[in-house]
Design a protein around this ligand. Structure first.
Ligand SMILES: Nc1ncnc2c1ncn2[C@@H]1O[C@H](COP(=O)(O)OP(=O)(O)O)[C@@H](O)[C@H]1O
Ligand SMILES: [Mg+2]
Length: 379
């Protein structure tokens, strides 16, 4: 078995994960690729590529032989003898081609096996209904597929006097989340608080101007502590996990408690697979409720290094066959150390010129040359 792992276009933590793995397990070869010339990510890997554009319309396996992405992937897998491919974006497309990809002798990690997990996790209403059916505590969730439905929900006041909140059914990064509070003033917009009448007026204005309504979910606003649990999981079997408890700007780590157990139960019940993240929030009585499951690593996955648990490195060791689940569990039990952290912002200086990256056409304009290796030495 080879010890090469390939990270394809991911979300916010791709760079941090590659660095974390490289530092802890230098014997693992890391290949990285991206749809865009993201120097700060690609320069961290041993080998880096720009990906060909993905034609999302062709999702059926019988189009496999004409998919430039699959041709490109087969080439990279063969060249570096990749043992595992991690995808963090357009994961449903890769999932649809799992059979073709795994026939090359590689493990594909998308966050779930089969499209059902994606359908549930991608839709906050479906997720809440599914969790409720499983008997797992989840925030009560109402769906509004149209503006008329939203207006009705606002009128009915289904949560009584409790503050409520709204967010897109298919959201990410907290975009479109609003805490709807009749006491909110204009200055509160910075803290994502808005008067419900203002929200409705804005939604109507959008509609009058011809903008399509994005399905929303409406739910009680939970005033308690929020947690984000990063989980290494193999087809519904938890390998290891670290929870982060968020209190204002401070976060601390934990590996036990009702919220932690709830997050693991959710991941197991959904049969998730890879490096994923489940979020909970406490209600007014302090009881944790499920908020959402993300079938990808969280933006803060590498914060866990401060608790002496390097989740990305353990994940990479597991999927490349370097370490067993038992071995990983013993190490985490021995190393985990509670710690407090505060997230800071920083910048990365780029070289004045990026010749290799700039020389390549941007995705979507011209078909990229297959296996366009970036000569990182010259950057
Ligand atoms: N019911 C709720 N009560 C209080 N805060 C919430 C609630 N739902 C979401 N939030 C806040 O909004 C953020 C984004 O919501 P989340 O469900 O995680 O969607 P996404 O991350 O996909 O945008 C959460 O991290 C949390 O801080
Ligand atoms: Mg979230």
């Amino acid at each position: 078995m080879t010890h090469a792992i390939w990270f394809m276009t991911g979300l916010s933590s791709q760079r941090d994960m590659i660095r974390a793995i490289k530092t802890a397990v230098p014997e693992i070869t890391i290949v990285a690729s991206h749809q865009q010339p993201r120097y700060e990510i690609l320069a961290e890997a041993d080998y880096a590529y720009l990906e060909p554009a993905l034609s999302l319309k062709q999702t059926h396996a019988n189009t496999a032989d004409i998919e430039p992405m699959l041709v490109f992937m087969a080439e990279v897998v063969k060249k570096h003898q990749v043992a595992a491919i991690h995808v963090g974006r357009n994961s449903g497309w890769f999932e649809g081609h799992r059979t073709t990809i795994e026939a090359w002798g590689v493990t594909l990690i998308t966050g779930a096996r089969g499209l059902t997990g994606f359908a549930i996790a991608d839709n906050k209403l479906a997720f809440a209904n599914h969790m409720q059916a499983l008997g797992l505590p989840v925030v009560p969730t109402l769906g509004a597929a149209t503006l008329a439905e939203l207006e009705q929900i606002f009128q009915r006041q289904p949560f009584g006097e409790t503050d409520f909140c709204i967010k897109p059914a298919h959201g990410i990064y907290g975009m479109g989340f609003w805490h709807l509070d009749t006491r909110a003033r204009l200055v509160d917009a910075d803290t994502k608080r808005m008067h419900p009448d203002i929200y409705l007026a804005a939604a109507r204005l959008d509609s009058n101007r011809g903008h399509e309504f994005c399905p929303q979910v409406v739910m009680p606003f939970l005033p308690g502590i929020e947690r984000s649990v990063d989980i290494v999981i193999d087809q519904g079997k938890v390998i290891t996990a670290v929870g982060r408890c968020k209190q204002d700007a401070i976060q601390y780590f934990e590996r036990s408690g009702a919220a932690f157990e709830l997050a693991l139960a959710c991941a197991e019940q959904l049969g998730l697979d890879g490096l994923i993240n489940v979020q909970t929030r406490d209600d007014a009585s302090g009881k944790p409720l499920l908020l959402e499951a993300n079938l990808r690593p969280s933006g803060g996955i590498c914060f866990s290094l401060s608790s002496r648990v390097n989740l990305p490195a353990l994940f990479a060791q597991y999927v490349t066959g370097l370490r067993s689940a038992t071995d990983i569990q013993a190490q985490v039990a021995a190393c985990f150390t509670p710690a407090y952290v505060r997230s800071t912002s920083t910048v990365l200086p780029l070289p004045l010129s990026l010749p290799s990256l700039n020389a390549l056409p941007l995705p979507g304009t011209t078909r990229l040359p297959l296996a366009a290796t970036l000569d990182l030495e010259t950057i």
